[in-house]
Ligand binder design. Structure first.
Ligand code: GMT
Length: 376
């Protein structure tokens, strides 16, 4: 099949899923075209069978806001026509799904189909915003097929935006070779923690939904009196808030702020515990990558997280904003090496057995084939 993928190229779960999916589809013989304003950070530039088409957004003095969605639709249409693309797979509703629908409908006598995968904040934040709600709903309804990354997100989509929409759940997956405890690197670890210290880690885009101040507070309280340090990986609008909290709670000297890191696998494998206290998380790919790396996860009972992290087996969950309980979980796991090791084994095992790419690739492939064979 010839498939065009539209996605965010920046650090974030939806771009990761699109890049990993595209490379795997290409490895199975499909021709894959990525269309975005930048090469997705997880996309290997040398992957064979994968092509990247950059969207150029020309600015004119009259445009206060250069219309990226329109430039994307235009580029998608060019790629569809030139490469005889059969499927446009849009990751994240706005602007990708909308641009894909426009490209399909602009194609004279064309038969390209649009698959939209909803990832989370495209429904819970962007789709819930009155400025974007109607156009998000329309893009979803106009897609030939819509998938969601968890049953929870399917329910949220129906409740909040499109009650009658048919949705297929295809969960996210992890490459268990690329994220593995075997990548643990003692030299790397030694840069952040002394031999007798444990290492707690958080990875996110530091948006308000990630509640990064809770990471700091749970660590400060839970690891009080325990030799442990915290790695904060990523950047975003709440970085200053988290740093302020660290100062207030006097734990600045126990935290390393690493900023954006493309490949987190060795850092995860070299750490002991992952923290994800999000307000809402449709799936929690960052938690799954940590689990595959052999890390127990402390997270919130929010959104799709409980379908990824089994509380009491691969991690411990707490209600959103319950810093005391999060801190208690941190203390429990940091102070019990045997429990940590048991959770670590289960986390790895669940990631490998439940969230491998094979089934997920097949589900997407079947979905494309059904669309092409039954005409929609
Ligand atoms: O977390 C974000 O806001 C980024 C966002 C994205 O689209 O990159 O992540 C969402 O999609 C991921 C991949 O499907 C999910 O694992 C994340 O849980 C989801 N984020 C939220 O729902 C907050």
């Amino acid at each position: 099949m010839k498939i065009a993928l539209a996605c965010h190229p920046t650090h974030g779960g939806s771009g990761v899923v699109a890049a990993e999916l595209g490379m795997r589809l290409a490895a199975r013989g499909h021709q894959v075209h990525f269309v975005s304003y930048e090469r997705p950070f997880r996309l290997d530039p040398l992957a064979s069978g994968v092509h990247f088409h950059e969207v150029e957004v020309t600015s004119y003095p009259l445009f206060r806001y250069p219309p990226y969605a329109l430039a994307l639709a235009n580029e998608l249409l060019q790629v569809v026509k030139r490469e005889a693309v059969e499927i446009i797979h849009a990751h994240y509703a706005i602007p990708h799904s909308l641009a894909a629908v426009l490209a399909r409908d602009m194609q004279p006598h064309g038969s390209v189909k649009v698959v939209t995968t909803l990832h989370g904040t495209d429904i819970t934040l962007v789709g819930a915003d009155p400025s974007y709600a109607d156009i998000t709903r329309w893009a979803i309804e106009q897609s030939d097929r819509v998938t969601v990354v968890s049953d929870w997100l399917g329910q949220a989509t129906r409740n909040e935006l499109a009650p009658d929409q048919e949705l297929q759940t295809i969960p996210n997956a992890v490459d268990a070779a690329a994220f593995s405890p075997e990548l643990a690197d003692p030299t790397l670890r030694a840069r952040f923690a002394a031999v007798d210290e444990l290492l707690v880690v958080h990875v996110s885009n530091f948006r308000p939904v990630k509640r990064v101040a809770d990471v700091i507070a749970a660590f400060a309280k839970g690891a009080a009196g325990i030799p442990a340090r915290l790695l904060m990986i990523g950047q975003g609008p709440d970085l200053a808030l988290a740093q302020e909290e660290a100062k207030k709670l006097a734990v600045e000297d126990r935290i390393s702020w690493l900023g954006l890191i493309d490949d987190t696998a060795a850092l995860l494998a070299s750490s002991d515990l992952f923290l994800l206290p999000s307000e809402s998380e449709s799936f929690g790919l960052a938690a799954l990558e940590a689990m595959a790396s052999g890390l127990p996860v402390i997270a919130t009972q929010s959104g799709g997280i409980p379908s990824v992290v089994s509380s009491g087996e691969s991690g411990l969950l707490a209600p959103v904003g319950d810093v005391d309980q999060l801190a208690q979980h941190v203390r429990t796991l940091l102070s019990d090496a045997a429990l940590r090791s048991k959770f670590s084994d289960t986390a790895r095992q669940l990631a490998v057995e439940k969230f491998g790419w094979d089934r997920v690739i097949e589900a997407y492939e079947n979905s494309y084939e059904e669309l092409l064979s039954d005409g929609g």
